[in-house]
Design a binder for this molecule. Structure first.
Ligand code: R5P
Length: 298
């Protein structure tokens, strides 16, 4: 097996290759003057298993096209692609919430898996059940590194009373996993979203008994609104808050918004290439290498 890093690889590919003792193959990509994309492998991978590493953010559409171009060429050279997508874009539009909406997740998965992909690995996909549902003939693994977050949080706050908080039902499984690793309880907050305006409202009564340290866990921080709403409610009650979120997109002034709401620390994973000072990025490579080996993928 060889490890192929596409342009969106957030630095995971070289680390994984090193750890797993595999050859790392970078991809050469450029733009033509009209904006079209060109892509070529820097070494051959004929008839080999290839672990393709890509994050689909930022510039979701470009990252998707890079994947499609790569899969076409791997197919032509009879290679066997195993996809590791560290951030799966378009994952939140996983159903028709309003009539006549496009189901973006399904389109993306159909396009990507139409070209001979037999194994897909994602890091903390928004809704792994929905991904699974839309795949056929593809073996699918989603990993949520609860132990990686727990280790970092325990190192800093071990011994304190803490509660893990899921900002919605979708984050319930993440909260359970993290709470188990931290050895504490968890609460799932009810979220209501107006599907037309996109406005979100939380019912926060369930947080009345939270004391000490609150660890809000989520997959994505985009505008920061979801977490800030809960954190400011908690800080008003004297509860300190930290955040464990896999994908720190942090659009616009999201980070400032979190700080203003009383969030003390944001733990995240290097699943997208951008880095923000003020965010603690945890090492994902040892965990991922272990998972790939354990499941017989690498
Ligand atoms: C939504 O269900 C997701 O799990 C996240 O909670 C959401 O994407 C966060 O977005 P924002 O940071 O804009 O509130």
């Amino acid at each position: 097996m060889k490890v192929l890093s596409l342009p969106g690889d957030p630095g995971i590919g070289p680390g994984l290759a090193d750890r797993l003792g595999l050859e790392h193959v970078p991809v050469f990509a450029k733009r033509f003057p009209d904006g079209e994309m060109y892509l070529r492998l820097t070494r051959g991978v004929e008839r080999e298993r290839v672990l393709v590493v890509q994050s689909m953010y930022p510039a979701q559409n470009d990252r998707l096209l890079e994947l499609l171009l790569t899969l076409e060429l791997l197919n032509r050279y009879e290679s066997e692609p195993v996809l590791l997508v560290t951030y799966l874009a378009y994952a939140r539009q996983d159903k028709e919430f309003l009539e006549y909406e496009a189901i973006s997740l399904r389109s993306v998965l159909r396009a990507v898996t139409a070209q001979g992909v037999r194994v897909l690995v994602t890091v903390d996909a928004h809704n792994p059940q929905a991904v699974e549902e839309f795949l056929s003939g593809v073996s699918y693994v989603n990993v949520f590194p609860g132990e990686v977050f727990a280790e970092a949080i325990s190192r800093e706050y071990g011994g304190r009373e803490m509660t893990v908080i899921a900002p919605d039902r979708g984050a319930g499984a993440r909260a359970l996993s993290l709470a188990e690793h931290l050895g504490c309880g968890y609460v799932v907050v009810q979220k209501f979203r107006d599907r037309t305006t996109g406005q979100v409202r939380h019912s926060l009564d369930s947080l009345d008994d939270v004391r000490g340290l609150a660890v809000i866990v989520d997959d994505i921080i985009s505008t920061g609104g979801t977490i800030a709403g809960i954190a400011s409610h908690l800080s008003g009650r004297g509860v300190e808050t930290v955040v464990a979120a896999s994908h720190a997109l942090l659009v616009g002034d999201a980070l400032e918004r979190l700080v203003k709401s009383g969030v003390r620390k944001v733990y995240s994973l290097p699943t997208v290439p951008q880095r923000f000072s003020g965010v603690v990025y945890l090492d994902l490579v040892p965990y991922l290498a272990g998972e790939l080996e354990k499941r017989g993928i690498a």
